[in-house]
Design a protein. Structure first.
Lengths: 80, 133
């Protein structure tokens, strides 16, 4: 785990202290859970597949083996 | 499910003439059902944009980069810490076919608990990373 320091408004901190009493969890654990939940929700909501679909619609034309032999074209690696 | 996207997949999608284009679309359709969280690295994005520009056209590379800027795919920035870990991983590899960018990708896969790599590079498998297929 990485150690970090954050500043919280006093009212939020007080709410957090109350939550520790009802849940029996530490302030650190409650913050970890809240951050994790926030990031997971954000990532789930992201339209990664839609982005890939738009990338696939770019419709460029290049060599047939470009993806398969990407490192050949970039670095001179032996063709697959 | 967390999935790391390799440069060759971006290239396969952009290049409509690519022999792996349809396979990439097929796997993308399959992934869609699994609520994936996509990851890649800033190094991978640079590799893909460079080859798209050189072997297809620059305008397509710009379109690709603009899509990546939308933020729907988590692009892990390769900072000095990740770069150092990747180079250390590269030194441990015994295959001459593993690139430094690949090595950084392996480190990211481990660090972010990523389940699968979405790639057409057979050498990825040699490192023990699970390939989505």
């Amino acid at each position: 785990m990485k150690r970090t320091q954050i500043y919280l408004p006093e009212d939020l901190y007080n709410e957090l202290r109350l939550e520790t009493q009802s849940t029996k969890l530490s302030v650190s654990e409650l913050i970890r859970q809240a951050v994790s939940e926030k990031l997971t929700k954000k990532m789930d909501a992201r339209g990664g597949v839609k982005t890939l679909a738009r990338i696939a619609a770019i419709g460029a034309t290049g060599p047939k083996d470009l993806a398969q032999n990407l490192e050949h074209y970039l670095y001179g690696k032996k063709r697959q | 499910m967390r999935v790391f996207i390799d440069a060759n997949v971006f290239v396969a999608l952009v290049n409509a003439k690519d022999s792996t284009h349809n396979r990439a679309l097929e796997l993308m359709g399959k992934l869609q059902k699994e609520n994936p969280q996509f990851f890649t690295s800033s190094d991978v994005v640079k590799e893909a944009a460079t080859i798209i520009s050189q072997k297809t056209d620059h305008a397509s590379a710009v379109k690709f980069l603009n899509e990546m800027d939308m933020g729907d795919i988590n692009v892990i920035f390769v900072d000095s810490e990740l770069n150092g870990a990747g180079l250390a991983e590269f030194k441990l590899q015994t295959s001459k076919n593993i690139s430094c960018v690949d090595a950084v990708s392996f480190v990211i896969v481990k660090k972010y608990n990523i389940d699968f790599a979405f790639t057409f590079d057979a050498d990825f498998r040699k490192t023990g990373v699970k390939i989505y297929n």
